[in-house]
Write a protein that binds this ligand. Structure first.
Ligand SMILES: [Zn+2]
Length: 317
């Protein structure tokens, strides 16, 4: 298995928020990647600029951040040509690694814009080096910037950040130095979400389980589905009794508290995700928690109830 550590830079509508093309709010203009082999060696690199076809000027933020000029981009090939060369370079058997969870999603959105969906079919299992870094070094599991991680690991820092190839190199250096054990913890990008029952995903990790459902017409319909709302203990496979039924904290997130007879409290969290076609699917994470973790859920529900009551009272007044 080889690892393709990839980093993308993108541009957005130069006219600012509200003027973006919803089908491609972020247009990829640079791609940098490092190939890492089984022995943890960085063996090859890929770096190309992409001539933009949707936003023909750079957003001032992009310009400042990337230190890049339109003249350079105009000399490059278009997305389709570059991306086909990139996938040919990737080879047959590989797993992606990125810093953070955005790059692969935006890559697939750009592919879809050009009708190139078939080049990368998902859901994709990949490594989020940002997440792995936090798992190893930060108890609070905060998301850190690439530069923070480079400083923290005392890696050589001669190249500027926010260049696709520099960032890919930094990410690769971090990835190969992280504890290999952590590679059990792959991430799943569900831009290409499961469509049917058969395509649904259920994975058990060391300290939690993840389930990605098929599509539903609405989140109300989704939360009523028995597989979505179920709270099966991921250690023993037995049904854990609900102590607090699913409640929503905002339009996207639901929480519950269950208890397995053998393993104790299980905290449930569902994030409702919208597809580009307006359908809804659920990502559910179940995690064993201690008494403090259980209390945190109780407190969350309590606070929500107070807020609702306040709102009702204000309406009456
Ligand atoms: Zn159990």
């Amino acid at each position: 298995m080889e690892y393709i550590v990839v980093d993308l830079e993108w541009n957005q509508s130069p006219l600012g928020k509200g003027t973006e093309d919803k089908k491609m709010p972020f247009e990829i203009i640079e791609i940098g990647a490092v190939k890492v082999n089984e022995k943890n060696e960085c063996i090859e690199e890929f770096h190309e600029y992409i001539c933009p076809q949707r936003y023909l000027e750079l957003h001032h933020h992009t310009q400042e951040l990337l230190q890049i000029d339109m003249e350079v981009l105009e000399k490059a090939d278009g997305f389709e040509e570059v991306i086909k060369r990139f996938f040919a370079w990737c080879g047959e058997e590989y797993m992606f690694c990125t810093w953070g969870a955005m790059d692969l999603t935006e890559l697939q959105r750009n592919l879809r814009y050009y009708g190139l969906d078939e080049l990368l079919s998902g859901p994709i299992r990949y490594y989020d080096a940002q997440k792995l870094f936090s798992m190893q070094f930060d108890e609070k599991k905060k998301a850190h910037t690439l530069e923070y991680a480079v400083d923290y690991m005392e890696l050589e820092k001669q190249q500027s950040f926010h260049s696709a190839i520099h960032d890919a190199r930094y990410t690769a250096k971090i990835f190969v130095q992280l504890d290999r054990e952590l590679r059990k913890n792959f991430s799943i990008d569900s831009f290409h979400n499961p469509k049917s029952k058969q395509e649904e995903i259920y994975v058990v990790f060391d300290s939690y389980s993840k389930y990605i459902s098929r599509e539903f017409d609405s989140k109300e319909e989704a939360i009523e589905d028995k597989d979505v709302k179920g709270s099966i203990c991921y250690l023993c496979g037995k049904k854990a009794a609900k102590k607090i039924k699913w409640f929503s904290s905002n339009t996207k997130n639901y929480y519950c508290l269950a208890c397995c007879r053998s393993h104790g409290y299980i905290k449930g969290r569902i994030r409702m995700k919208k597809t580009e076609e307006g359908k809804v699917y659920a990502i559910k994470v179940l995690k064993l928690v201690d008494e403090a973790g259980a209390n945190a859920i109780r407190e969350k529900q309590h606070q929500l109830r107070l807020k609702r009551k306040e709102r009702r009272n204000r309406k009456k007044a």
